[in-house]
Design a protein. Sequence first.
Lengths: 608, 276, 250
Amino acid sequence: MADALFLNGAGGGAQSGASAANRIGERAALALLSGAAGASVLCVAGILGFLAWFSLPLVFSEQGGPGQLASVISWTWQPTSGHFGILPMATGSLLLGASALGLAYPLGLGLALFVNGLGPGWAARPLSALVRLMTGVPTVVYGLASAFLLVPLVRAGFAGTSGFSWLAAALVLALLVLPTIVLLLDGQLRLVLPGLGLTAAALGLSRGQTLVRLALPLCGPGLKSAAVLGFGRAVGDTLIPLMLSGNAAQLPHSPLDALRALTAHIGLVLATDSQSAAYGSLFACGLLLFCLSLAANTALRALRPATGRVGVRVHLGPGLEAAASALAWTAAVLVPAAVSALLGFLLLRGAPAIGLALFFGDTPPLSALLHGAPVFDGLWPACLGTLWLVALASVLAIPVGIAGGIHLAEFATGRAARLAAFCVDLLAGVPSILMGLFGFALILLLRRTFWPSANTCLLLSALCLALLVLPYLVSTTHSSLTGLPAGLRLTCASLGLSRWQAVRRVLLPAARQGIMGGVILAIGRAAEDTAVILLTGVVAGAGRPGALTDKFEALPFTIYYLAAEHQTPQELDLAFGAALTLLALTLALFALARRLGATAKAVGRPAA
Amino acid sequence: MRKPLHPMLFAFVLLALCALPVHAGELDAFAGKTGKIDIAGGTAHIPVMKEAAKRIMQKAPGIRITVAGGGSGVGVQKAGEGLADIGNTGRALTEAEVAKFGLKSFAFAIDGVAAVVNPKNPVGALTHQQVQDIFAGKITNWKQLGGHDAAIHLYTRDEASGTREVFWEIMLKKGAIAPGANVVASNGAMKTALAGDADAIGYVSIGHIDQTIKAPLLDGVAPTQDNAKSGKYPVLRKLYMNTKGAPQGIVASFISYIQGPEGAAITASDGYIPTK
Amino acid sequence: MTAIVIRDLGVSFNGRSVLRGLNLDVAAGGPTVLLGRSGSGKTTLLRAINRLNECLPGCATTGSVRLRLDGALVEAYGPGIRPESLRTRVGMVFQTPNPLPVDIAGNIALPLALAQGLPKAEIHVRVESSLREAGLWDEVKDRLDAPACSLSGGQQQRLCLARALAARPEVLLLDEPTASLDYQASRGIEDLLLELAPRYTLLVVSHSLTQARRLGRDVLVLRAGAALEAVDRATLADPERFSRLMDELF
């Protein structure tokens, strides 16, 4: 690999043009890089360790006997009568994941086919743009729009349901997961079609036949990967189940019943006596979620397509093209309709609220900006909080992430590289609420050991957010660098540059755009996250961020909080205005990332 | 690619400058008090806490007060673990809690908990038994109570809630709550849910009742704070502030403020009954 | 008898014109060899005949292309003709062997099943007959379900030829069919084409004058997308005139 090209590299003396000081600097740099890559391994180990440690009381309880474990693996959740069973929540998560996937997968497949030839050529670009737009919508914004548009519709349309139900949550989760599936399948099809297109056309096959009979089977592993990724995302989401599913800790009898997901359970129940089984059950939930991510990740790795052309078995049954066409057109009509309805509703409700009063409430804007006058009933503190949060998280994550990516792409070999890569993928799939749980547990641990006054705060949230976005940075840096033409490294070697020199002076600048794209994506992800900050220090009324060890406000949480418990209609308008602001922010960031060419790998975002 | 970055960078720097944390430079002319108070816990308390915080922060910008919810369980946990300076509860502390965490309680208001429905619901009065049966899932349709022919949508609180505990103990006499009930996380969320669902029934702190929800008569008694004060309405609790050990510094000042005359005025105006 | 009649053909991509005012008569059988510099539009001309240019973005075609199918001259761009059915009657072999990513038998069977809807028995017959015609049967008859990409370059190109032949076309278009093959394989394909010439109309684009000399009954030179010039066999045979033509063309 890169090794063989640099045999003379670090070993060369004066002839390679590197002075002794340079070589020491280079060694230090390389050490830092491998340390950064090791960070991802540490993180995974840390999270797993914490979850296991805090679940220990379940198995070994002071009160004697392993009875608590049995009480957690049960079907009843009624803490007041001593039942802490998490099985209803586990079932809830699985049901939601499966139903969301069941809705999103066919539609996603249909859209991918539509965009690649089953639909009219002029529709391909707008639809692709729409799907990319969907990836930029924060989860909490989907939740807000759905809570006030979809839930009343479900309530009105079906008897006997309050609207907060499995159905509502599954529908919106499907919408959330759809872009992942579409973009993955579309990417695969685009890889495969150019090689096939003219050949198949010259043989007299129609576009539909080419797509359905030849291209799609070729994407076999990609089809399965999309399913696994989609399922993982649906199971890992916190906010949609929290806002839309009713949160009843039971097994639903029908899609119109309420249910509770593992992620929402953690978010709801975090605050109980920290020695009790209820608290321990949270970590059992966390462990369960982590294992689900692990299983999904392992499945994805097993499905990686083998290199080289694979022989394909083709079904010659009739009618496939007609079915595919019907699916494609259904998807092409339904999905834009649903998205437009939600976003249109948001615009309608939110646009009237836009104005200086949205941000500053009653306080005159200038005195808030310049003199730091406190703002009540305005979004300004939350905007500042988000800004600070994102800035801090970026400062923590960007250097480590880019360094880790460089190491993985250029210097890592053998088992260490595979381990690091595996950990990065695993980290990317971990539900964000687990990051929050980890942060909260970390604080408790610190308080009991060497830092008794530790508290949930801006710094902790930033740290956990940094962990959340770290995998993106590593993997976009990695793929930007590996996407450079191999000849470039050959050229550097032939000119006598050392490995580090080549990386620093030639490869990094060449990959600059892709890396920037990854950075911007990470920033966007940090800005919209709600689940992590929910558990690590965000509050509804904190004013401007003070010190790093203070509580703070943030836009996504303000939206969630106001949506759930606005006291007045004005506060609800504030929520819609905040949603529009956050949406504008994330869309701008994603558009910028796209211009800078962020790679498709970043599509697999974990849920909020 | 270079050009578009510059205005963005400028804007970012401008924003960042405005975002510089409020620190030592803010020693305005006030009792020279600075510091912070983190309050967490009961959601019934939030309106009072927020109003008091607003007034104090406007008078003394050096003080930062943050108010979070979470329910009474959160209040106990956070105050007990020292994660919050004041933990609010809507129920009295248990002996175990006091012993374990060494918490001190300060009551500042009396509040009732009432079963509430949507204003469009014609049902205006319920008996104790009916409420128990509704929440247990035995009565499932409003027409059984004289209302429309519509299924009853149940809403309840999470287990950390003091409101829930009081309702369950006193109103439901520790009876079961149907497992299919929707769970919401605060009094405010309960209000929002009920205001939006015409066939809903839930329960809130009486101080939270306004024109967006309706409290039917309970055994002929209207759930108002006056009836609560006089004892006619039985489902009552006090609102407490709790601290770990004796409160110090501005936390002590805050507690005295709430319990003092101005605090009592805020409490009353938010719909609660200040304790003497 | 002329098999292909082209009048005033113009093809442009996104406004950039590749072929202008082209006239061409191709006699039945052949092989007719088309020569020209790189970029002179040979491939585009070939693709205009089976309407494959329409699969490329921004293409605009003017003029008339008539083909003799079932004895009568038919306008390829006429309203009554579907491109897909045209392409089953006008076969194409590409420069780089492009087997479908299925097994050997599947490469032939799939297009027959999908594009022509033939029944299984008929497909079975044609698979063997076309492989025999292409001279590949003896080499692959025992491994018909092996992946097509496991064949050598020459074998793959024969497979593509067999695939085109299986559709029983009347015209075969070959775009530099031996460009990516070694000498032996090339000679093999050329001999095969000479064998097929009596039964099919062959239009071969070639990059090599020597191949044209060996192969072509008629040789045409395409200059800059507009003019087609016939080269008579005498020129090809005479070494001096041949080398002048070489210098001029390449």
